[in-house]
Design a protein around this ligand. Structure first.
Ligand SMILES: O=C(O)CCC(=O)C(=O)O
Length: 305
């Protein structure tokens, strides 16, 4: 399958990077102390090469503690809402996934337009014309949070929504510390490289129907690339592509685990079927425009005043 919207990669000369690489910083006041953040966020050449090779990036502490607090403060209200966009676990009935968040919360609308998400996505995909395909929190409550089976996102995007090509990016930020114990995502390194593999629709294992990858294929891909568990402190971000095979085990630990996810897709690669509800695949194809880097902290200031 050949992408019709070609990713324009490696356009990185003279760019700023994430903390730890050379950055032009702005200063924000966090919990009484000044903290430096990159004002313009660009991936380095090494990060782009890693993304190409492995299919994902882990960006430690991309968002600050103070920003995570702003995001977490919204969660109880959103999870308490009685809406079909809150999908519940099969066994416990706890919220498993809260969808449509940029339409339900100003803070999450801001997060979807955050330059630390939008700029790297533009850079990887080589276009500024991206729309918000899906915005959600995946929660795994302590002791009872259920698994996500082995899958890659494009299988669902293509089969359910008629997305033509595997170009969408899934961008996550951890709302809790994610450890090896509380149900982290596990990636199969390099599993995107051969393109889409065979899938089947699983409507049984969890409450969320998913196009999943069979064990034989998982074993072959895992033998070739190995597994990588995505852990980190709250505020850590992940970026992964539409063909990367991943999953996550149940949370049998005493610690909750919540992760926010926004999927950004090129408008030229938008869905062509509209059977699923809007909160599973949004129909607003206007390009997402980045806000300023401090947009989450000013949301908190706005709420307090
Ligand atoms: O939250 C998880 O554990 C899995 C999320 C996932 O598979 C996805 O966002 O595609």
């Amino acid at each position: 399958m050949r992408p019709s919207v070609g990713p324009k990669r490696h356009d990185v000369k003279g760019r700023e990077g994430y903390p730890g690489s050379s950055t032009r910083t702005g200063r924000h006041l966090e919990a009484g102390r000044a903290v430096d953040y990159p004002r313009t966020v660009r991936l380095t050449a090494a990060q782009l090469a890693d993304f190409d090779a492995q299919g994902f990036l882990v960006l430690p502490a991309l968002f600050s503690r103070a920003e995570v607090e702003v995001l977490r403060a919204e969660v109880p209200v959103l999870f308490a809402e009685d809406t079909p966009a809150n999908i519940r676990e099969k066994v416990s009935g706890e919220v498993r996934t809260a969808m449509g968040l940029h339409l339900r919360s100003d803070v999450y609308a801001r997060l979807c337009r955050h330059p630390r998400f939008v700029e790297p996505a533009r850079q990887i995909l080589g276009t500024d014309h991206l729309y918000v395909q899906q915005a959600k929190i995946n929660a795994k409550v302590a002791f009872s949070g259920e698994a996500w089976q082995w899958h890659y996102d494009f299988a669902t995007h293509h089969a359910e929504d008629g997305v033509p090509e595997p170009l969408a990016l899934n961008l996550h930020v951890f709302l809790d510390d994610v450890t090896e114990h509380n149900g982290p995502l596990v990636f199969i390194r390099g599993s995107h490289r051969g393109g889409p593999v065979r899938t089947a629709l699983d409507t049984e294992t969890t409450s969320y129907a998913l196009w999943t990858v069979d064990n034989e294929t998982v074993a072959r891909l895992a033998r070739a690339g190995g597994l990588q568990t995505a852990t980190g402190v709250a505020g850590t971000a992940l970026i992964f592509g539409d063909c990367l095979v991943h999953g996550s085990p149940p949370n049998m630990s005493p610690w909750d685990r919540s992760i926010f996810s926004v999927i950004l897709n090129p408008i030229a690669n938008a869905q062509t079927r509209f059977a699923r509800p809007d909160y599973k695949h949004h129909r607003d194809f206007r390009p997402v425009a980045p806000l300023d880097d401090g947009c989450l902290l000013t949301a908190r200031a706005g709420a307090a005043s």
